[in-house]
Design a protein around this ligand. Structure first.
Ligand SMILES: CC(C)(COP(=O)(O)OP(=O)(O)OC[C@H]1O[C@@H](n2cnc3c(N)ncnc32)[C@H](O)[C@@H]1OP(=O)(O)O)[C@@H](O)C(=O)NCCC(=O)NCCS
Length: 151
């Protein structure tokens, strides 16, 4: 199945919200996706299938010298096929082209698949927020990594 990585469009928002609702313990409001899609400076990329339907998305915001990952999800039926890894690397590459030198994010301590992707891309755990997530009291790990400038 040919997959494409592209910027999210307004027409994608329903499908993106469906993925969010299917995978996140505390989903964002649908309006949050609409606001970010309108923000041309935000990194809101997705992977779409042969019918141009989203199967994964990643949202990040750039600061002066870092890219912060805010949301990242793959639809349940598309997980464990390397799609999340591919999308994460694509967004780092986009940030690299914009001269952004580092990436940072928060992740649930027990989120093994997400941690596998972040570790494989050179991110390191630099801190922890105890009991950060309200829904189950899980700790948040803070991770940062360098984004190679020539890539
Ligand atoms: C995290 C997530 C985006 C990963 O997407 P994915 O497309 O399934 O990931 P990939 O197929 O690219 O797998 C990446 C790595 O994680 C590992 N992995 C995938 N699912 C796993 C699981 N359930 N348990 C342990 N490791 C897993 C894979 O083995 C792979 O490692 P490898 O390259 O060393 O083999 C996806 O699981 C998801 O949407 N989870 C719910 C939302 C979420 O947690 N988002 C991250 C918030 S910080």
């Amino acid at each position: 199945m040919p997959l494409e990585i592209r910027r999210a469009r307004e027409a994608d928002l329903k499908a993106v919200f469906a993925i969010e609702s299917a995978v996140q313990k505390s989903p964002w409001a649908e309006s949050a996706f609409a606001d970010i899609q309108k923000d041309e400076d935000a990194y809101f990329f997705l992977v779409s299938d042969a019918d141009s339907q989203p199967v994964a998305f990643l949202i990040a915001i750039s600061g002066d010298d870092f890219l912060e990952i805010h949301n990242f999800a793959v639809a349940p039926s598309s997980q464990r096929q390397g799609i999340g890894s591919r999308l994460f690397q694509y967004v780092l590459h986009e940030a690299s082209k914009a001269g952004i030198p580092s990436v940072r994010l928060e992740v649930r301590e027990n989120n093994a698949p997400a941690l596998a992707i972040y570790m494989a891309n050179g991110l390191e755990i630099v801190g922890m927020r105890k009991g950060y997530y309200n829904d189950n009291g899980e700790n948040a790990l803070l991770m940062t990594g360098k984004i190679p400038s020539v890539w």
